[in-house]
Design a protein around this ligand. Structure first.
Ligand SMILES: N[C@@H](CCC(=O)N[C@@H](CS)C(=O)NCC(=O)O)C(=O)O
Length: 219
């Protein structure tokens, strides 16, 4: 059986968790925080979560895990059948990851842990975030899902990147990144009605004290 390693506060872990639930695959979970211990690096070469344990071995990197799950060909597909449409979903995934999640992440210390971020890094992140949101406005279809009529991998990245990016916009830059993006706000509301999304949100809340204790133990 598949085993998902990671922790419920991690947005990347939650992308894979939601994919497994939506696809209806059998799996269980094991709590582990990303770290540089040799034993964990043997599972995840860069020391990050999520990691998927399969009958063949471990897979790290969210997009590789999600592709693997699609290629198993079991359960509900989260990519369209047609190659051009698949490429559009993958492009949206990359755009959200590279141009929204990653610049927002560079400001997480200040937004969520009261840990000031270097002004030069913030400046760069602000410009990149604005360009990333503009990219999503241009490319996303929101009909009602990011890539069109079907829930897809792009919605996983959207759901678990946009909320954090919006919080960074608000807390670090005093910007409402979704102010003139009603389609994105409507999709967030729709996705939050999904029982699996609600379950993951409850697990995130329940996992917060353990994660904070882990951070404290690292000093
Ligand atoms: N590129 C990785 C990013 C995953 C990632 O950033 N995971 C974070 C948690 S959300 C992590 O493991 N951080 C722990 C660390 O860096 O020590 C992926 O796509 O899976």
């Amino acid at each position: 059986m598949l085993r998902l390693h990671g922790f419920a506060v991690s947005n990347y872990y939650n992308m894979v968790h939601l994919a497994l639930l939506e696809k209806g695959l059998a799996f269980d979970t094991a709590t582990v925080y990303g770290c540089q211990d040799e034993t964990f690096l043997a599972m995840s070469p860069r020391g990050k979560v999520p990691v998927l344990q399969t009958e063949h071995g471990y897979i790290s990197e969210t997009s590789a895990i999600l592709d693997y799950l699609e290629e198993l060909g079991e359960g509900r597909p989260l990519l369209p059948a047609e190659p051009y449409a698949r490429a559009q979903v993958r492009a949206l995934v990359k755009e959200i990851e590279l141009y929204i999640e990653l610049p927002a992440r560079s400001c997480y210390p200040e937004a969520f842990f009261r840990n000031p971020v270097d002004p030069a890094i913030k400046d760069k992140a602000r410009g990149e975030l604005l360009a990333g949101i503009a990219t999503l406005k241009r490319h996303g279809r929101f009909a009602p899902y990011v890539a069109g009529e079907q829930f897809s991998l792009a919605d996983l990245y959207f759901l678990y990147s946009i909320d954090l990016a919006a919080a960074v916009g608000q807390k670090v830059f005093g910007l409402d990144l979704l102010a003139d993006f009603p389609a994105a706000r409507a999709l967030l509301e729709r996705l939050q009605q999904n029982p699996h999304v609600q379950m993951i949100a409850a697990q995130k809340e329940a996992g917060m004290p353990g994660f904070m204790a882990f951070l404290k133990s690292k000093g």
